[in-house]
Design a protein around this ligand. Sequence first.
Ligand code: UDP
Length: 340
Amino acid sequence: MKKTVLVSGGAGFIGSHVTVELSQAGYDVVIADNMSNCDETNYKGVCAILGRQLPFEKIDFCDAAAANDLFNRYKIDAVIHFAAFKAVGESVEQPLMYYKNNLDSFLNVLECARVHGTNVLFSSSATVYGEPDETPVTETSPRKPATSPYGNTKQMCEDFLRDCVAAYGMHGIALRYFNPIGAHPSALIGELPRGIPNNLVPFITQTAIGKRECLNIFGDDYPTPDGTCLRDYIDITDLAKAHVCAVTRMIEGKMDEPYEIFNIGTGRPVSVLELVNSFERVNGIKLNYRIAPRRPGDVTAVWADPTLAQQKLGWKAVRSVDETLASAWAWEKRLAEAAE
Ligand code: UDP
């Protein structure tokens, strides 16, 4: 019997890649999205990659009745929850909007999961580690007070899941993503930032294509080898595959504990300048960039110890930074062609 996975936020950047990997691994996938922060590009791309239409449900998980109705209509074995606002700066300006949306929607998902006995996978983030005292970070490294409402919602949702698992006999996994980048090798799905991108790689590709004049590198006076910040950039397809491993672990009853947390990163720190240089070299492009002041709130260095995911999930990042940056560029070029 094929198992069914509900992917909330399945038309977004990470959700669409996860949908592809789950489907290719033999799961039935139901995509649910309210389309508030994306268009149909990725949904269509997913269907093109798979060569078939997937069930799509336009739903806002803040609507408890609609969420409940969805869980009644499908027999869902696991839900992966991505549906959330994700702009750090915006969350500082509009905390209530972020708390209402990101917390309410997850609470409704948890309530449905409790009633229907569904496994829950929550998309958490390395932001929970803040500026770590030691690198690389393991899953037992302390969480630091969040520096934005967005970061706070990630911590709170982790706690919601932990407490529900403890109280209701549910099973849940939180995956803490480091910096997901790149696009599907087909260039049919990828990141679609609204307005001016906050994240480094979309800003790089938009600068390369001519949409942005110049990339600002935020600070070159950090205490790192070249003075720019260190991050753990993880290929989006690698990251998506981790979800297949985690869902399978839950569905097959292979968990050691009913609530587990895994870092999803490469274990490889890369500086902003290194990433920019790799992008230039791999794609044969000279990027227009300048050194700008530090961006408030940025941490100096954070990267994963991914050992636990390797041991327990049997998952490991395999794609090189070069391959990933080539895929990001192929996607940006495809978007430009589509816009012509
Ligand atoms: N960054 C940059 N210029 C940009 C965007 C980001 O120099 O236009 C740097 C940022 O300061 C950080 C790194 O790139 O050191 C990754 O930032 P991003 O926003 O992609 O992810 P974060 O780690 O902040 O979640």
